[in-house]
Write a protein that binds this ligand. Structure first.
Ligand SMILES: [Zn+2]
Length: 94
């Protein structure tokens, strides 16, 4: 492949993008090794409800190594707690 001004510019852009990602990696102080299984310390990034209220899709990132894990959590055993029942209309208790 012939080297052209355009191909060199592309290489430079790619390198700058890699450098930017490297600086981002360093700024988070992520470890260079992925944590051992069960040793991650996750923080929740996003909780998105599945269609038809079938459950939740949770995105979480490990604060130590930076990997992102996406869990699909179907509803299995739902408990509804209403701490405000006494203030609702139709509440006959007194
Ligand atoms: Zn981790």
């Amino acid at each position: 492949m012939t080297v052209t001004r355009e191909s060199l510019r592309q290489e430079l852009n790619d390198l700058q993008a890699r450098m930017k990602r490297f600086e981002e990696f360093k700024s988070h102080q992520y470890s260079t090794n992925i944590c051992a299984p069960g040793k991650h310390e996750f923080t929740l990034l996003q909780a998105e409800e599945m269609e038809h209220e079938a459950g939740w899709v949770l995105s979480k990132r490990c604060i130590n190594c930076g990997i992102v894990v996406i869990d699909r959590c179907p509803l299995a055993d739902e408990t509804i707690i209403d701490n405000w029942a006494e203030f609702r209309e139709g509440d006959e208790e007194e």
